[in-house]
Design a protein around this ligand. Structure first.
Ligand code: MRU
Length: 367
């Protein structure tokens, strides 16, 4: 996507240096735009675990490149063990995003098809680029399918402004390009639809405030930042036409795990008769699961993310304590929205109802 006139993806191979992968450091946004080099498996582990990069799609693409770097570093004599160790380290970083394990396993399979370490390295390089390219292409298709929903609402409103509410960052920063929830929004804006986005701040890490607002602003999409608890009020007053969120893992029955707080937005949307869509590429489906609440692993992070808030002070980025020093906290990263609250899933193959039968109609090879 565009940053001040230059096209960026969120991850790429450094020009002239195939042993270095570069990413945008999202922990510095929106205050500072910095690029970091990842050259060892440990760099990849830290980038994912410590959230220099984040968002299910980008976590998957980063893991794909991490496996390629593991292949470069693996000694010929001990290649397979080294790869298995790297895979385990990467998978342990963040438990909820399905794309992570999916990408690691896809890379292992690609390497297993080859016989020599040299050929395995080449396969891992091609595989990592393919995962990234596919992520970008799938998100672009999500835009093409999702815009139909926005167009329909615009038509019904006599081309009055369409107000979309989104939670967390399911934008291009959460993928390689375009984003999932934002892809139809960007396309609608580019095609001249009058669109406005309510951006949930998304405590505790504030991905809405720091990342979604930044992205939308760079693209020129009108938006307003709101506190996490404002959505229900806006819905009651007819100020939201639809909700679109991303997802970190979706069961084969259509239950969707996404950033903590998504479920409450879905409940409020249901109560107010507002369509609630979840946008995802197929790499986010966990085909083995049938009950999201019972089966999707929910990441719990450092309580300091709750007790401190990070922001820009006079001239530096600072952490500020927001409760008594003795207060204890829990930090659940995600929640699950049951399929009954989801109007539809927007995928790269089209829009479907959030139920097993409809999902399998789009993905018949998974039957
Ligand atoms: O903890 P994060 O920032 O990785 O969580 C991101 C989200 O919850 C996004 O909404 C999600 O990844 C869906 S879009 C890929």
């Amino acid at each position: 996507m565009n940053i001040d006139g230059s096209h960026y993806r969120t991850i790429w191979v450094k020009e002239g240096n195939p042993g270095t992968i570069q990413v945008i450091d999202q922990s510095r946004l929106p205050h500072s735009f910095e690029i970091i080099d990842l050259t060892t498996v440990d760099d990849f582990v830290s980038a994912i675990r410590d959230m220099y990069i984040r968002g299910a799609g980008l976590i998957g693409a980063t893991a794909g490149f991490g496996m390629y770097i593991a292949a470069l570093d693996a000694p010929d004599a001990n290649f397979d063990t080294f790869i298995q160790d790297a895979a385990a380290k990467l998978i342990r970083t963040r438990p909820t995003a399905q794309n992570l394990e999916w990408a690691v396993k896809r890379q292992i399979k690609a390497m297993e098809r080859e016989s020599s370490p040299g050929m395995k390295r080449e396969a891992a390089f091609a595989g990592a680029r393919a995962i990234a390219d596919e992520d970008s292409a799938f998100c672009k298709m999500i835009g093409e399918h999702g815009i139909v929903i926005i167009e329909e609402i615009a038509r019904k409103k006599g081309n009055d402004t369409v107000h979309v509410l989104t939670h967390c960052n399911a934008g291009w920063l959460a993928f390689v390009d375009f984003g999932s929830a934002t892809s139809p929004i960007y396309l609608a804006f580019d095609r001249g639809i009058d669109i406005h986005v309510w951006v949930d701040e998304t405590r505790p890490r504030n991905q809405g405030a720091s990342l979604t607002s930044w992205e939308l602003g760079k693209h020129g999409v009108p938006h307003d930042l709101i506190v996490d608890n404002a959505g229900g009020h806006l819905m009651q007053h007819g100020m939201v036409d639809l909700v679109i969120t991303g997802a970190d893992r979706v069961t084969s029955t259509g239950d969707a795990a996404n950033k903590i707080g998504t479920y409450l937005k879905a409940l409020a949307a249901k109560d107010n008769g507002i369509p609630f869509y979840v946008a995802l590429p197929s790499s986010t489906f966990d085909w083995s699961l049938t009950d999201g609440v019972a089966q999707i692993p929910i990441e719990e992070r450092d309580p300091k993310e709750v007790t401190y808030i990070t922001g820009k002070g006079q001239d530096s980025i600072q952490d500020v304590l927001i409760c008594p020093e003795t207060t204890t906290a829990r930090n659940f990263g995600f929640d699950v929205t049951p399929s009954r609250l989801i109007t539809g899933l927007i995928t790269e193959r089209g829009v479907c109802r959030a139920d097993h039968e409809s999902i399998l109609k789009l993905y018949p090879e998974k039957v």
